[in-house]
Design a protein around this ligand. Structure first.
Ligand code: ZN
Length: 264
């Protein structure tokens, strides 16, 4: 699933390719992907493209916001040939200059919700802080972890605590912080919290610089892979750089990778 750096990579690509373009219409190719009851024609020009957690926000001159979540396998592919399509196209944003953006999604969990600019976006109300914001610091994390006995790995995946992290980056952040992913959240010391905060910011910034991580099928708008997978220390790895074998366990149904020697 695309996490914050992959979503940001998609946004950087979109900004280059479609910012300013006029959305002539949205073609719905699968019921349920586009959530909007009104006509999907002449939605205005794209004024800004931004991110909240793992959501892409496309704001138009008609005071509409397209809220896009890629979920497991969603991709936005820029296409200059209107006749071209792709195998799992669920919707298409057609621009007035005869280019388009294909929303391709194999598993079809992704959504494009359209809202008016002043409308509350329900999904955003419970989202935790942006990890790259200044407000995300050790004190914030301390408050959030108070009384939480769940393993730190599971808590960092909780979008209500920090928005944008997923399985790949949490594994990397905990490795770099030298913290065992099974440690209960409320047992972490101040130094460890500071370490999680600073490693989170560093890892995410590095990953954005490398256009995200492509383990299976992440692609940017230009259909390019990311290359941060080459810099990961534990996720999908067999051996740690210390020489010890990486351990793979299940936590809340998800795979966790860690080094039992380096992370204690
Ligand atoms: Zn190690």
């Amino acid at each position: 699933m695309p996490e914050l750096p992959e979503v940001q990579t998609v946004i950087n690509g979109l900004t280059q390719k479609v910012l300013g373009k006029e959305i002539k219409e949205i073609i719905k190719l699968r019921p349920g992907t586009v959530i909007w009851q009104n006509p999907v024609t002449s939605l205005g020009n794209i004024n800004s493209i931004s991110r909240r957690g793992k959501y892409i926000l496309i704001q138009t001159s008609k005071d509409l916001i397209l809220v896009i979540h890629l979920r497991m396998t969603g991709k936005l592919i820029f296409e200059t040939d209107l006749a071209k399509t792709s195998d799992h196209a669920r919707a298409e944003l057609v621009f007035s200059d005869n280019t388009k953006l294909i929303f391709n999604d194999v598993r079809a969990f992704g959504k494009i919700q359209i809202v008016k600019i002043n409308e509350e976006i329900e999904a955003f109300q419970k989202l935790g802080l942006e990890p790259l914001s200044d407000e995300f610091d050790a004190q914030y994390l301390k408050n959030k972890l108070k009384n939480r006995k769940a393993p730190i790995k599971n808590i960092l995946l909780d979008q209500r605590v920090i928005s944008g992290l997923g399985n790949i980056y949490v594994a990397e952040i905990l490795f770099r912080s030298k913290i065992d992913p099974r440690v209960p959240g409320n047992r972490l010391k101040k130094k460890q919290l500071e370490s999680i905060v600073s490693e989170t910011k560093t890892v995410l910034k590095e990953a954005i610089k490398h256009n995200g991580t492509t383990i299976s099928d992440f692609r940017s708008v230009e259909n390019k892979t990311g290359d941060f997978q080459n810099f990961l220390n534990v996720y999908h790895k067999e051996y740690c750089k210390c020489g010890h074998r990486i351990k793979r366990i299940k936590q809340a149904g998800r795979s966790t990778y860690y080094c039992p020697v380096c992370q204690k």
